[in-house]
Design a protein around this ligand. Structure first.
Ligand SMILES: *Cc1c(COP(=O)(O)O)cnc(C)c1O
Length: 372
């Protein structure tokens, strides 16, 4: 079956013995035990497992080409579950412009529990190799990176990691499996903030870890889900499954609209640089073309001006909402440095836009007037 078909059908049947095409929401926290006693694989308690969570986990795992998935109550909870699954004293290599929340989580929480980390430029495999230490355990990939849209060669990093016996995780939140399939390129684990394109309507918070193999390491991630406790509600899982059924078509729209907006921005005199991997002028375009089938809905651009001017431009939008986050049907944008706050490595004149599914001409008209 093809992606679109799987997105619509996978997982519906799990825990749905009724004839309802759309599975019901199962809000019950408890499930009755058989009269003859307890079976380990049965559902008992919703923190440990719930029909709607099983349905969504099956769906997202199918779409990423994994063998198992664990859903969380946020993307950052999913990220933390991976880091809690390695040992205190282990070292990780992670992009210097990794999603700012994950940087904060590593530095403010995990480092206190013994994690060692190197935040580096991951556009060169040689640089990554130079940073491998005897206690390195995991390489964290986020491509395109956030918000500099740097491209990491996933296959090359996965090969390096295999040769050195290291784990790899790819944060695939921005591309989604519609545009990029890291597990096919050799990565061990995929991470998602499902709050973004999977939810797609800016009304759900969630995360997921998808594993190529259901091995001992994934069992540790699973343990962190069940006993760490950051699980999504049955209602949220049901909503996520519903949104995911249209993911392929929404992503096509995001890809198409962002390409148009990127071209418009490239030709605008007020703009000094545009970071979008779909542009032939982008530094990582060649690698992006190898590993992405579409370039996504996210664009960062550099204003020919200072911080104040950049904030003022964002302030003038009428249609595009001034908000952080991304992946909704509505376009949003922000002065990224302000939202990242302390420790931000983002240029002071960078604006990040999440191009939505409004008519692209309306988005461009709003940009036109805001940039005047
Ligand atoms: C938003 C985001 C996260 C964190 O997810 P939350 O659901 O906000 O916790 C992680 N990685 C990337 C790339 C993101 O955009």
């Amino acid at each position: 079956m093809r992606f679109e078909t799987k997105a619509i059908h996978a997982g519906l049947e799990l825990g749905n013995p009724s004839k309802a095409i759309i599975p019901p929401i199962s809000p019950s926290t408890i499930f009755e035990i058989d009269a003859e006693g307890r079976h380990e694989d049965d559902l008992h308690y919703t923190r440990l497992g719930n029909p709607n969570r099983l349905q969504f986990e099956h769906l997202i795992s199918t779409l990423e080409g994994g063998s198992a998935a664990a859903a969380f109550s946020s993307g950052i909870a999913a990220a933390k579950a991976i880091l809690m699954a390695i040992e205190p004293g282990d070292h990780i290599i992670i992009p210097e412009d990794v999603y700012a929340g994950n940087r904060k989580m590593v530095n403010k929480i995990m480092v206190r529990w013994g994690l060692e980390s190197s935040f580096i430029d991951m556009t060169s495999v040689e640089t990554i190799e130079e940073h491998i230490r005897p206690n390195t355990r995991l390489i964290w990939i986020e491509t395109p990176s956030n918000p500099l849209m740097r491209i990491t060669d996933i296959r090359a990093v996965a090969e390096l990691a295999k040769s050195r016996n290291l784990l790899t995780v790819a944060d695939n939140t921005w591309p989604t499996p519609v545009n990029q399939l890291p597990l096919e390129l050799g990565v061990d684990l995929v991470l998602h903030s499902t709050s973004k394109y999977f939810g797609g309507h800016s009304d759900i918070l969630g995360g997921a870890v998808i594993a190529k193999k259901e091995d001992d390491f994934f069992e540790r991630v699973r343990l962190n889900q069940k006993m760490g406790g950051a699980v999504p509600s049955p209602q949220d899982c049901w909503m996520l499954s519903r949104s995911t059924r249209t993911l392929a078509y929404r992503m096509r729209g995001h890809n198409e609209h962002a390409a148009k907006v990127a071209e418009f921005l490239t030709n605008h005199p007020k703009i000094a640089d545009v970071y979008y991997p779909g542009l032939a002028s982008h530094r990582g375009h060649e690698i992006a073309q190898k590993q992405m089938s579409g370039f996504g809905g996210m664009i960062s651009f550099i204003v020919d001006g200072d911080q104040k001017e950049s904030i003022e431009i964002v302030g003038r939008s009428k249609l595009i909402k001034r908000a952080t986050s991304l992946g909704g049907v509505e376009s949003t944008w922000e002065h990224r440095q302000s939202s990242e706050g302390e420790g931000s490595v983002t240029p002071e004149n960078l604006i990040r836009i999440s191009v939505g599914l409004e008519h692209p001409d309306d988005i461009i008209e709003d940009l036109e007037q805001a940039l005047q």
